[in-house]
Design a protein around this ligand. Structure first.
Ligand SMILES: C[S@@+](CC[C@H](N)C(=O)[O-])C[C@H]1O[C@@H](n2cnc3c(N)ncnc32)[C@H](O)[C@@H]1O
Length: 224
């Protein structure tokens, strides 16, 4: 079965035979791929909306995976059960992901692996989950239709990170590959545009943006 590069990279990070719940599954193509390729034997695909779940149901039927994928309708971890040890969330914003975990903090007790592909606020979700007992085991960048996505795999355990590592990603920072250069060059451009249009009295936002511009220029070795 063929899925896009972004979903394939996420699938690659799933441990063999993991007990997975995909929050915000939408089409459920990731889950179908995981069970069809026999990386895992069973999975829960959940979504907050009925429309996507109906689409998921159709897709699951088309690929004959009804026995292996259970659908659950609900908000984030509200529909989580303790038999699941790996949570995947992709295609949502970092703040939304943070909210999903914050609303059900006690459920983290039985979750040992979290794989996320946040559309933004990657720094915030790294900080949040490391504060709540996870470390970053792997990070990758993947380009799909001109957009570069970050994928972060957290495991239960403690590790300390510097502010710079939260921002760039501790593992991405050590690899610093060509996608890293491209991703943060784009981040630099968007911050420069933001700074140009931010009203002068937005002191804190302007200060924060200037600091991030300096930091990105330093890491990308760009002379200001
Ligand atoms: C952009 S799609 C991403 C689909 C898929 N995960 C992917 O990466 O291709 C986001 C999906 O998350 C669902 N969603 C948004 N907030 C949610 C929440 N709090 N709990 C569960 N699902 C949610 C939406 O209904 C939508 O189907």
């Amino acid at each position: 079965m063929k899925i896009n590069n972004r979903l394939k990279k996420i699938a690659d990070l799933v441990d063999k035979d993991a007990k997975v719940m995909d929050v915000g599954c939408d089409h459920a193509l990731l889950d179908i791929y995981l069970t069809k390729e026999k990386k895992i034997s069973y999975c829960i695909a959940s979504d907050i909306k009925e429309g996507p779940l109906n689409q998921a149901k159709e897709n699951i039927k088309a690929y004959q995976q009804q026995e292996k994928i259970e659908l659950r309708l609900g908000n984030g971890l509200d529909v989580y059960t303790e038999d699941i040890s790996t949570i995947i969330i992709s295609g949502l914003g970092g703040k939304t992901m943070q909210g999903i975990f914050a609303q059900n903090l006690e459920k983290l007790k039985t979750i040992d692996t979290i794989i996320l592909s946040p559309n933004n606020y990657q720094k915030d979700i790294r900080k949040f989950l490391t504060k709540h007992g996870y470390y970053i085991e792997e990070e990758v960048l993947i380009k799909e239709k001109k957009i570069i996505y970050q994928i972060i795999k957290f495991k239960k355990g403690k590790k300390k990170y510097k502010e710079q590592e939260y921002f760039f990603g501790p593992i991405l920072l050590t690899k610093k590959n060509f996608l890293f250069q491209e991703f943060f060059t784009n981040e630099l451009k968007s911050r420069k545009i933001l700074l140009a249009i931010l009203p002068k009295n937005f002191y804190i936002k302007r200060y924060k943006t200037k600091r991030e511009i300096k930091e990105i220029e330093k890491v990308l070795d760009i002379k200001a």
